[in-house]
Design a binder for this molecule. Structure first.
Ligand SMILES: NC(=O)c1ccc[n+]([C@@H]2O[C@H](COP(=O)([O-])OP(=O)(O)OC[C@H]3O[C@@H](n4cnc5c(N)ncnc54)[C@H](OP(=O)(O)O)[C@@H]3O)[C@@H](O)[C@H]2O)c1
Length: 237
């Protein structure tokens, strides 16, 4: 445990497993209080218990990013219980990869965009006001190299991440005058159970690698910031 982020509150979406779990544990080990967000309450509780067993502090908030009123309630709860939000990591996302776009149903399209793009918008809408009031904060959006490149049979996923990049660059400019730094991390394939991926390839980027980048982003010198990180495996998996 270090104390670099002592007194700070960090909200991490998709904290129940994979990259979000690793980011939450990393930020907790640096002394931040973590608000763990995802749908699966039991899995969130497991992560919370592991953070607490390691000497950290975490709370769970189970919600579906498709439900705007629940996100608004999260913002109110954080305001009343903690009075601050120093770090927001918009990490939750789904893939629905594996079919040509013409075979995708409009309902799957809406679910994907609702989770990957509208979700981060709603989280920023709920929490950025606390950062604006404090005149400081970090927002980190987890995109993908699929938001930089074409992804056949993953067109909607790719579009959601291209969209998330555009949202990041634009809202970064809106929030800069408030001393809030908005960054995006775009990893290649990460060793998690995302979609139907198998967690079997040691050459893949590991969740902790992404967490280390988040740690770097939230501990930068105050006068500058890295706005975008493209994270690649050293050797192609
Ligand atoms: N794995 C990769 O290869 C890779 C590569 C580049 C970028 N990324 C991006 O990294 C992020 C995390 O991926 P991952 O690999 O860690 O995926 P993962 O293991 O499938 O975890 C996704 C997390 O998002 C949560 N989530 C999904 N839908 C949600 C919803 N509607 N409301 C609230 N929470 C929701 C899930 O929890 P619940 O199911 O409990 O809600 C889970 O905690 C995603 O944005 C993904 O696009 C992943």
């Amino acid at each position: 445990m270090s104390e670099e982020l002592k007194g700070q509150v960090a909200v991490v979406t998709g904290a129940a497993r994979g990259i979000g779990e690793a980011i939450s544990k990393q930020l907790a080990s640096m002394g931040a209080t973590i608000i763990l967000v995802a749908r699966d309450k039991a899995q969130l509780d497991k992560v919370r218990q592991q953070i607490e067993a390691a000497g950290g502090t975490a709370h769970t908030f189970s919600l579906d990013l498709l439900e705007e009123p629940d996100i608004a309630q999260l913002g109110k709860t954080i305001q009343s219980q903690h009075g601050r939000c120093d770090i927001l990591v918009n990490n939750a996302g789904i893939g629905l990869i594996g079919k040509p776009l013409v075979e995708m149903t409009p309902s799957d399209w809406d679910t994907l965009m609702g989770t990957n793009l509208r979700g981060p918008y709603l989280m920023i809408r709920a929490l950025a006001p606390l950062m604006i009031a404090a005149k400081s904060g970090h927002i980190i959006n987890i995109s993908s190299l699929a938001g930089k490149n074409p992804l056949p049979n993953g067109a909607a996923y790719s579009a959601s991440k291209w969209g998330l990049n555009g949202l990041t660059y634009s809202v970064a400019e809106e929030l800069r005058p408030h001393n809030i730094r908005v960054s995006v991390i775009a990893p290649g394939s990460v060793n998690t159970s995302f979609g139907s991926s198998k967690q079997d390839n040691p050459r893949k980027i590991q969740p902790d690698d992404v967490a280390r980048v988040v740690a770097m982003l939230v501990t930068q010198a105050p006068q500058s910031f890295v706005s975008e990180v493209l994270l690649r495996p050293t050797q192609k998996p």
